[in-house]
Design a protein around this ligand. Structure first.
Ligand code: BT5
Length: 270
């Protein structure tokens, strides 16, 4: 598909963008017709000093990305492609950002679409074994840009062939229409709830909720193709705990694959 010129939209999902900005209570909102990556635009805004929760949405991304230069499929109108500037109070809290953003996505998908979601450490949101959303957090100066891609309206055939087994959209699961604006509004609200208080450690109710939603728990995993063991939860620092033959390991970053066994394999690496 050929994308048009990037254009800032005045209206989105039936309302003026300024109305969404007010309803979602964000200090700024840009909605683009098409853009390379909403993360790049949000990074620009962050470097110009944008306050926390300024949000960028695009109908379509031409170079939407995941981690390590992977591509993120972002076709026009079928998903929520969004980036928000976060300003975590202290660098110590930054390692928790991806998992907390994933948690916000789970809560929003459940409240708006009634679809139960799980977290696959470090940055995937799953329905069953399939990826419904991905999170890409990029630090820039004192800010972290949280990029969130949620598959909303794709049918199986709308995904590129190589993703059809591992990806799913909210509307397929729910078997009904899901409002992208409703989802974005719920998401910005959850992000505020999770980030407006300094969270330096995963503990208390939030830790319990993350534990409940942990798709890897007690499953046999391979991290970065080399560390093999059983996932034993996420520690207070946001690290994945892996019980390996050589002992307990706390993994700071990496790509996880679930070893195929009785329950099948999860969405590959990443
Ligand atoms: C991610 O990376 O899952 C992070 C995705 C973040 C996307 C958002 S959209 C708004 C913002 N702007 C951006 O440019 N990015 C963010 P990772 O864990 O590396 O997973 C990438 C892998 O997921 C790919 O290699 C594919 O296998 C798979 N994938 C790509 N597009 C997908 C989709 N729409 N649904 C499910 N899986 C997908």
């Amino acid at each position: 598909m050929t994308a048009g010129e990037p254009e800032l939209l005045g209206h989105w999902e039936g309302e003026p963008v300024r109305v969404w900005e007010e309803v979602w209570a964000v200090p700024g909102l840009e909605v683009w017709s098409t853009i390379g990556s909403t993360n790049d635009r949000a990074r620009e805004l962050a470097s110009e000093g944008a306050p926390a929760h300024i949000t960028v949405v695009a109908e379509e991304q031409t170079t939407g990305r995941g981690r390590k230069g992977r591509l993120w499929s972002s076709p026009p109108g079928l998903g929520l492609w969004m980036s928000t500037v976060l300003r975590p109070p202290a660098p110590e809290g930054r390692s928790l950002v991806p998992i907390l953003v994933g948690l916000a996505v789970c809560r929003a998908a459940e409240s708006v679409a009634g679809v139960e979601c799980a977290l696959k450490w470090p940055n995937d949101v799953l329905v069953g074994e399939r990826k419904v959303a991905g999170v890409l957090c990029e630090a820039t100066g004192g800010a972290v840009v949280a990029g969130i891609g949620v598959n909303v309206a794709q049918r199986t055939e709308d995904f590129p062939p190589e993703l059809r087994d591992g990806a799913v959209s909210l509307e397929t699961v729910r078997e009904g229409v899901v409002s992208r604006a409703g989802l974005a509004g719920a998401l910005t609200g959850e992000l505020r709830a999770l980030f407006d208080r300094p969270t330096l450690r995963l503990e208390g109710r939030v830790a319990d909720e993350v534990g409940r939603r942990d798709a890897l728990r007690d499953r046999e995993v391979v991290v970065d193709g080399e560390l093999v063991g059983r996932a034993r939860g996420i520690d207070p620092g946001g690290r994945l705990v892996v019980q390996a033959a050589e002992g307990i390991r706390h993994v700071v970053a990496g790509s996880v694959r679930v070893r195929t066994g009785g329950r099948g394999s999860l969405v590959g690496e990443g």
